[in-house]
Design a protein around this ligand. Structure first.
Ligand code: PRX
Length: 634
């Protein structure tokens, strides 16, 4: 694979190190990054076994790892555990119970706080109420909520019962929500009246009402009052959250789950128009998330941890809800935009709540850069000790801005590469590492990764190739819900015996990984994962559209935005109105997160002989790049 332009740009950065301060190294949970990597590599199973001992197990496992039915790997075989028990119950009776578990603030300034004990009681009430509804181990519960404490409560209550939650990001459309509810056959749905965005209220409940016209399995909708707007209420089906938990006991029994029992399903985009339901399990997921959050962000137990993602994505699952609570630290939930009412809202929140770790996305950093350095300059933010980045490659310019103006050259940046499927940070520095601006550094201890060619052979230093993980890890995806064949095909069929990540990367001479982006037809728009096939199928659902080809093009803030090439039927006339209508069509099919930058009406799409759209060719033409190998083009 040839080096592309961006790759050549970052190559110059690969020569410069940002070493950790002596103070930081001395106090770090892992004082010597390179030494730890070597140590863990000697025996990854032992490493993970030790990590699992940080959790409470109702019954110890018989075997750490089993690969009898590859690639359906098992971890901590016959161990009994519960993810929610480890996040809450086990802290009771310890000093952690008095600590703040959640600090919440919304865009309008409303603030709410919950200690661990209070959160434990709230979750137990919900557990009892859900059990009263008949929710049992193995059932699926859908959650379509803003980033408010009740979303965490709903997730934890499901996990405590052993029901699988399926959180659907509240920026998805009614159709996308309905599809996910139907795939999982969810019985219950959690939602809210609305959410805040840029001073506007988003009417979530009416999106839910529309989605439920297309579903048959939801028996009850539990609605949190979040912004007191008027909503339609179906008395037989809907219940206010407050009424639902009223009078319930604040104690509840925790289900003892098998380590390999599914904890949740989380849908993510792939190369077809149907999202994949990624399954994570109680034992391995808890192990991976706890070990990474403690080591990558150097948690000692007293931190305020702010991950600016949304609980609707894996980052929110692992590092807003479960990770911080497993580690017994305070998680901050902020509902709204980071620049409302002024561009320093984000820095104000950091200062107000004395945030120690800020974990955010390159797209947000770039949006803040646009406002200029004066805004972070106004805030000293002395509480900050570690910064994090996730979701897409961070360009060196954004990295340096974040390092200089937010971290004030004091705070190392943990650029964490991982995926919905991996459950936890996979390629990442630790605070004791020497950093490079724009590199995710090396694989986390216990993880073996490589960059290879199509045949699975390691490519030379500086050469681009496919990113693979050569061993297994506890928090790995177990299967795709109801589709084990797709699980095998997507992840385990490209390179023999290895997990195929779907990313392009290169390694430099120091063994540092530089992730370049996806190799497949998955886009990253503002860090959100969207499949080109999903967008295309939304376009094609419009009566005027015969065929659609969609590509991602670079955007200075969002990383990537969508450009669509559309073939109209003979009756339709190309017009700006039609473009607008088609954009709305995608909004209806997927949601506002699928930002369409441009629509181009064309007569023909480049295709292979087998009829596959060659998006690569569309992209090269759009960006004025060489077309590459077009021998299979018809
Ligand atoms: O392309 C990689 C990119 O995000 C993809 C995974 O997306 P998702 O499952 O939505 O999870 C996002 C948050 C974990 C990856 O295949 N990606 C994620 N983190 C990084 C990244 N690309 C470069 N650098 C990162 N730090």
């Amino acid at each position: 694979m040839a080096l592309d332009r961006e790759l050549t740009d970052v190559l110059s950065e690969s020569k410069k190190f940002y070493p950790p301060s002596a103070q930081l190294r001395k106090n770090a949970n892992v004082p010597d990054y390179e030494k730890m990597l070597k140590q863990a590599a000697k025996n990854p199973l032992k490493f993970w076994e030790e990590a699992a001992h940080d959790l409470h197990w109702f019954k110890d496992w018989d075997k750490t790892f089993e690969d009898k039915k590859k690639p359906f790997y098992k971890w901590f075989v016959n161990g009994k555990i519960n993810l929610a028990y480890n996040a809450l119950d086990r802290h009771m009776g310890t000093p952690v119970e008095k600590k703040l578990a959640i600090i919440f603030e919304d865009e309008t300034g409303v603030e709410r706080k919950f200690t661990y004990k209070q959160l434990y009681h709230e979750v137990n009430k919900l557990v009892n109420a859900l059990r009263g509804l008949g929710v049992r181990k193995g059932d699926r519960v859908a959650i379509y909520m803003p980033n408010i404490p009740e979303i965490a409560m709903a997730m934890l209550a499901c996990a405590k019962i052993g029901a699988m939650h399926s959180v659907v990001y509240a920026g998805f459309s009614a159709k996308a929500l309905a599809d996910r509810i139907n795939d999982a056959k969810a019985k219950v749905l959690f939602t809210a009246d609305g959410s805040f965005r840029r001073g506007k209220v988003i009417d979530l409940k009416s999106i839910v009402d529309e989605a439920l016209k297309e579903t048959k399995t939801i028996k009850k909708v539990i609605v949190t009052k979040n912004n007191k707007q008027k909503i339609k209420f179906n008395k037989r089906r809907d219940v206010w959250y407050k009424d639902f938990v009223k009078g319930q006991s604040t104690e509840a029994k925790c289900a003892q789950m098998d380590a390999e029992d599914p904890a949740f399903v989380l849908y993510t985009s792939g190369t077809t128009s149907k999202p994949k339901g990624v399954i994570h399990v109680h034992g391995g997921y808890a192990t991976g998330v706890l070990r990474t959050i403690k080591w990558v962000f150097d948690l000692k137990g007293d931190e305020v941890f702010w991950c600016t993602a949304d609980p609707g994505w894996i980052t929110g699952h692992s590092y807003i809800v479960y990770g911080p609570l497993l580690a017994g630290v305070t998680t901050l939930q902020y509902e709204g935009m980071p620049d409302i009412p002024k561009p320093d809202r984000i820095w104000k929140v950091v200062e107000k709540y004395k945030v120690n770790v800020l974990y955010t996305a390159p797209t947000l950093i770039r949006a803040m850069m646009k406002y200029g350095t004066a805004w972070p300059k106004k805030h000293k933010m002395p509480s900050l000790k570690i910064l994090g980045s996730v979701g897409e490659p961070i360009n060196p310019e954004a990295w340096k801005w974040y390092y200089t103006h937010v971290g004030k050259r004091r705070c190392p940046i943990m650029d964490t590469w991982w995926q919905t499927e991996t459950g936890m940070n996979m390629i990442t520095p630790l605070p004791s590492a020497s950093l490079k601006a724009g590199s995710a550094c090396k694989p986390f201890p216990g993880i073996i990764a490589d960059v290879v060619d199509k045949k699975g052979k390691s490519v030379p230093v500086g050469k681009g190739g496919y990113l693979i993980i050569k061993n297994q890890w506890p928090s790995m995806i177990r299967t795709i819900y109801n589709n084990p064949k797709r699980y095998i095909k997507t992840y385990w069929s490209q390179v023999k015996g290895a997990y195929f990540a779907g990313d392009v990367a290169f390694k430099d001479k120091d063994g540092y990984f530089w992730i370049q982006g996806r190799t497949d037809d998955v886009l990253k728009v503002a860090g959100h994962r969207i499949g080109t096939a999903e967008v295309e199928s939304s376009f094609v659902a419009h009566p005027s559209v015969v065929e659609a080809g969609v590509i991602g093009v670079p955007d200075p803030i969002k990383g990537e935005v969508i450009v669509a090439f559309i073939i109209l039927n003979q009756r339709a006339k190309p017009s700006d109105e039609l473009k607008q209508e088609l954009k709305m069509q995608v909004r209806k099919g997927i949601g506002p997160l699928a930002v369409i930058k441009d629509i181009k009406f064309v007569d023909k799409l480049p295709k292979t002989r087998s009829g596959k759209i060659m998006r690569r060719v569309l992209k090269a033409k759009e960006l004025g790049l060489p077309l590459g190998d077009t021998s299979s083009l018809v």
